[in-house]
Design a protein around this ligand. Structure first.
Ligand SMILES: *Cc1c(COP(=O)(O)O)cnc(C)c1O
Length: 424
């Protein structure tokens, strides 16, 4: 592994193609994975890990799932991209539109980043306004206008978060705290008819899991409607993770545009955005809003996505929820046993562990939790063959290939890890 890491670092920036994989938040050497099977990953030294990263939520049926694999193998024999429409694109589009009621029409792209970027363009075009509202701690990919942070006061325009992002581009972005109704109301009051859209993860999964107050989400829906702004739900993680109608189905709140990704690609690169026909028809070729993709709707990806959605039944969510609940309870018991204060935020099979003695409801609360504890638990579990996300800001996920056996084993190791923290 050492040799490979050296080579990785020589030829790939930081040895990775996405920063979190470098283990920068937990320190130490990252893993190089050779293979995955079910709920396990195997590294290049043949060490096995019980996987709770699950491709950052994209994998819900386990690694190397046979059903998906067979469908993909068949599709591969027929050619991997034509640059013209295929039947499988229509099928996956139909499945998604039938599943998520607010999506009447959909456009497939190659990543979640592209989906949110294009959704914002569409919302701006539809409303003929420029200002977008996002929420602190939510992640919407790495397009320029999302790489910003709040300015000096409330309802002020953002400043770039990354060099390379011109300040003019984020001057139309406003970042507000998650779950804060008062700030939201003040911002809409001040800018009313200038706000094109608000984009939000209806269950935040990129600052760890942070659940929305239902009143907050409902207020956001109402304010957008009253002010002629569009509401965009970024369900790249939650779509088909928390229910087959996404978080919007669980909460019974309909956005105008929904962004999807991760699970709908069955482990292949994908993104999608969809919504009401009237809005979607503004996109080229029907409308003036330009957006295109050479490999968009790629038949191999579509095949994998369709297979992944076909494998989802109502039973899927009951099963995942039962296991996740058992794991949650087990981790709490383990923490109590060592008198360590923890908090688990969870919706179905997405959850995260905070070392905090109070509720974690926004990014400030996340920042105030103790990550040095997370780091220690991460390394202890890794040594025992259990892989948590290498960052307290990422969510943990289950697949349908996790079973009671793995959950019980994980709880056992949490007992040891917490007892180690207590005895420090
Ligand atoms: C992963 C993610 C994205 C970005 O998707 P990529 O495919 O990595 O570009 C956007 N939004 C949310 C909520 C995500 O979790």
């Amino acid at each position: 592994m050492k040799e490979l890491i050296k080579r990785a670092k020589k030829f790939l920036v930081g040895g990775v193609n996405s920063p979190v994989r470098s283990f920068l938040y937990v320190g130490g050497e990252p893993l190089i994975i050779k293979e995955g099977k079910g709920c396990r990953l195997i590294d290049v030294e043949d060490k096995e890990y019980l996987d709770y990263i699950c491709s950052w939520g994209a994998i819900i049926h386990g690694h190397a799932n046979e059903f998906i694999e067979n469908k993909v193998a068949e599709a591969l024999k027929k050619g991997n991209n034509f640059g013209l429409t295929t039947e499988i694109e229509i099928e996956l589009a139909e499945m998604i539109c039938n599943s998520i009621k607010s999506i009447e029409k959909i456009r497939f792209v190659n990543s979640g980043t592209e989906a949110t970027m294009s959704a914002i363009r569409l919302a701006r075009a539809y409303t003929k306004r420029d200002i977008i509202i996002k929420f602190e701690g939510c992640y919407h990919g790495h397009a320029d206008h999302f790489l910003s942070k709040g300015g000096s006061g409330l309802a002020t325009f953002d400043i770039p978060l990354s060099p390379g992002v011109p300040k003019e581009i984020v001057q139309n972005t406003i970042t507000l705290p998650y779950n804060d109704i008062q700030n939201l109301e003040e911002t809409f009051e001040k800018l009313k008819d200038k706000i094109a859209c608000a984009i939000i993860e209806p269950i935040a999964g990129n600052m760890g899991v942070v659940l929305p107050d239902l009143d907050f989400l409902k207020r956001l829906r109402k304010l957008c409607r009253e002010n002629g702004s569009l509401l965009i739900f970024d369900e790249v993680i939650t779509g088909f993770r928390v229910s087959s109608n996404g978080a919007q189905g669980l909460f019974n709140i309909e956005p105008d545009i929904t962004c999807l990704g991760k699970i709908i690609g069955g482990g292949f690169p994908i993104g999608a955005y969809g919504g009401k026909e009237e809005i979607m028809d503004m996109i080229a070729p029907l409308g003036p809003v330009y957006q295109a993709g050479t490999l968009a709707g790629n038949p191999i990806v579509m095949t994998a996505g369709k297979a992944a959605l076909e494998l989802i039944t109502n039973f899927t969510y009951d099963y995942l929820n039962r296991l996740a609940e058992k794991l949650e309870k087990g981790i709490y018991d383990a923490a109590n046993d060592s008198k360590i204060e923890i908090l688990i935020n969870r919706k179905g099979s997405m959850f995260s562990l905070f070392f905090s003695n109070k509720p974690v409801k926004n990014f400030n609360d996340v920042r105030n939790s103790k990550y040095d504890y997370y780091k220690k638990v991460f390394w202890y579990l890794l040594k025992k063959g259990i892989l948590l996300p290498p960052s307290p800001f990422e969510s943990m996920f289950l697949t349908t290939k996790h079973t009671d056996v793995e959950i019980e084993r994980t709880i056992e190791v949490f007992y040891e890890a917490f007892s180690g923290l207590k005895n420090e």
